[in-house]
Design a protein. Structure first.
Ligand SMILES: C[S@@+](CC[C@H](N)C(=O)[O-])C[C@H]1O[C@@H](n2cnc3c(N)ncnc32)[C@H](O)[C@@H]1O
Length: 240
């Protein structure tokens, strides 16, 4: 996104972060909980891995990665006040205030085995940021994201409300960007459909598909994973 767009989201999220909800502007805590759980599942083994979480929000995922035995966790978040609080709360994590779409935010950080971008890619230029995040992976590493589906009628509302500042991608667009990442071993996506009865869990989740448009129905969101070539990734594929 352009600098004014990043400034717009910074002002928006600065306000949201001042609110009392742990789930920020997700619909509710169960939507956030299931989104983070699906990302965690897709990230695979964490113990001993170098991890990066971008658009870290209140830091729940970064803290989970740390608790699961990551060798090092770095978390990047736009809202500086929150970063300051999180640094005091969980000093074992490297918290950085910065723009996930700006290469300068990652200067001097080195490579990662796992990179997570949950509900943040709609606020940054999608293709260049995905390429940037994928380039931070060490051989065998994996990138996981959760992003709204542009084809879903419910997602058209924020797209219209935020007048081009809110990005979202179709399955075909996602496949087009993931499929040509340099060093890609494989990519897959799952569709998240809001369930009719959301009392237990808000989303019904499809199986993985590596085909553009290969998911049934019109999901509200996608979880995607992209594995980088290398020994660790190949070992993980055989377990999936
Ligand atoms: C919907 S929340 C998701 C937070 C967290 N990933 C989660 O799932 O709970 C989006 C987060 O991305 C942050 N954000 C928005 N634009 C960003 C950017 N350009 N760089 C880094 N973080 C950004 C917001 O401040 C907010 O905390």
């Amino acid at each position: 996104m352009s600098a004014p767009t990043t400034a717009f989201w910074l002002a928006h999220y600065d306000e949201v972060h001042r609110g009392s909800h742990a789930w920020l502007d997700y619909s509710n805590e169960r939507v956030q909980g299931q989104s983070l759980s699906l990302a965690l599942e897709a990230l695979g083994s964490i113990e001993g891995r170098r991890c990066l979480d971008v658009g870290a929000g209140r830091g729940q995922l970064a803290k989970m990665l740390s608790a699961l035995g990551a060798s090092h966790v770095t978390a990047i978040e736009l809202v500086e006040n929150t970063v300051r609080k999180l640094r005091a709360e969980a000093p074992q994590i490297e918290w950085r205030a910065g723009d996930a779409g700006d290469a300068r935010s990652y200067a001097g950080l080195g490579g990662f085995d796992v990179v997570a971008a949950v509900e943040v890619l709609q606020y940054v230029p999608f293709a260049p940021t995905l390429e940037l995040l994928f380039s931070l992976l060490r051989p065998g590493g994996r990138l996981v994201g959760v992003i709204p589906n542009r084809a879903c009628p419910m997602v058209r509302r924020p797209i219209e409300r935020y007048e081009g500042r809110f990005g979202a991608v179709s399955s075909e667009e996602l496949a087009g960007v993931l499929g040509v990442l340099p060093g890609l071993l494989l990519w897959r996506h799952k569709g998240l459909h809001f369930a009719d009865d959301q009392r237990l869990l808000p989303y019904e989740v499809s199986a993985w598909s590596g085909q553009a448009g290969g998911l049934s129905g019109v999901p509200n969101r996608f979880v995607f994973v992209a594995l980088r070539e290398g020994a660790m990734g190949e070992a993980s594929v055989s377990q999936e």
